[in-house]
Design a protein around this ligand. Sequence first.
Ligand code: 2HG
Ligand code: ZN
Length: 458
Amino acid sequence: MKDTGALKEIFPSSRVKTDQADLMHWGTDWTRSFDIAPQAIVFPQCADEIVALVKLARDRSLGLVPSGGRTGLSGGAVASNNEIVVSFDRMNQIKEFNSTDRIVRCEAGVITKNLQDYALDKGLFYPVDFASSGSSQIGGNVATNAGGIKVIRYGLTRDWVVGLTVVTGKGDIIRCNRGLVKNATGYDLRHLFIGSEGTLGFVVEVEIRLAPGPKPQRVLVLGVNRLDDILNILECFQQRIVLTAFEFFSELALQKVLKHGDGQRPFPESCAFYALVEFDAEADEEAAIAFEEALDRDWVTTGVISQSDAQASALWSLRENISESIAADTPYKNDLSVRISEVPGFLSDVDHIVNQHYPEFDVCWYGHIGDGNLHLNILKPESLSIDAFFERCHQINPELFNLIEQRGGSISAEHGVGLLKRDFLSYSRGDSEVGMMRELKAVFDPDGVMNPGKLLSV
Ligand code: 2HG
Ligand code: ZN
């Protein structure tokens, strides 16, 4: 499309942007290694405008890239190939709340944190949470089935979506499940769209179930010398109490956070690793027994427990600020998962590979170890160019991903496949499975206009 005339027949000029600065801003996510080259950004305000846009895209073979808060780390919202970026910034209304059903209906562009705050105002709780919740949008959370820091207790976005309104890549509007608890009427298409990374259609509205209000929480940070012991600690606590979160990070990750901001060490001693445990404050006594046992068994060297909400958030910031603190080191990101029982063996195998092949690289480990999700960030030495560094990291991928395949794990636990992991999909999904994914895409998006090249190669 040479001009934006056809777009302006659907959208007023104020909602079509083509300035270079705007293209660069809305045409990318938090990844920094892909070209950014959309042709226009549009800002729909209703599903009918999106239907008209899909029809235009099918007529003229245009690529459409759904765009939320653009906090993704796999390039799922990057427009590198003359696509039209479809921003949900103007579809950000909470439309309805039903207190009997405890269901909130909101447009896809609602910021996750606004939904969380809205739920608290109603005395309820939206438990899906992660560091970027102040910018990410609920539509993007659905498209990637976002996980985060409380999955061990509350599950993933999928577990809270009770209804979805979608504009498919064919231009149909479909309403899936409509907030029902029970609905045994065949294929549940809702679950196909959750985690589809915008490759089947646009999520335009979401119905979310809310949980009862959270009880006061306690945060405990523990010093740990041996990685293997973290899983012993997990089991020791889980035998006694229900955990809201169980995270870990390495000393290097902590150092990066302290250097980047104004946080403080949890305790004077430095340890090789730290575990962050969160639980209902009413379980204090049982947690203290678990802590004593972990100390006696030498799994834990020391620990600190929050005495106030402010202290709890200060301890959480040591974990949540890691990603932002290492951004300046141009990390090569891996977001991996294996079953929890496989974690210790997997960690030591990966450590071995990295140390053997890349002894000169700093490796920053952290993640949601309580649900088997590990973030492996390899940091770029100053002396290497970005290209040379990424090329060396790519060399490690086959060995690393083979290991994941052998252990039945996933090459992308929660960040999605996007562009970053697309060419490695076969390490986690079999040939016939990928073939069926392609067939499904063709059903919902026969002309391939939806987020082309993401998740599946074109
Ligand atoms: C986190 O858990 C996010 O902090 C980001 O998923 C992880 O930056 C990363 O690798
Ligand atoms: Zn994470």
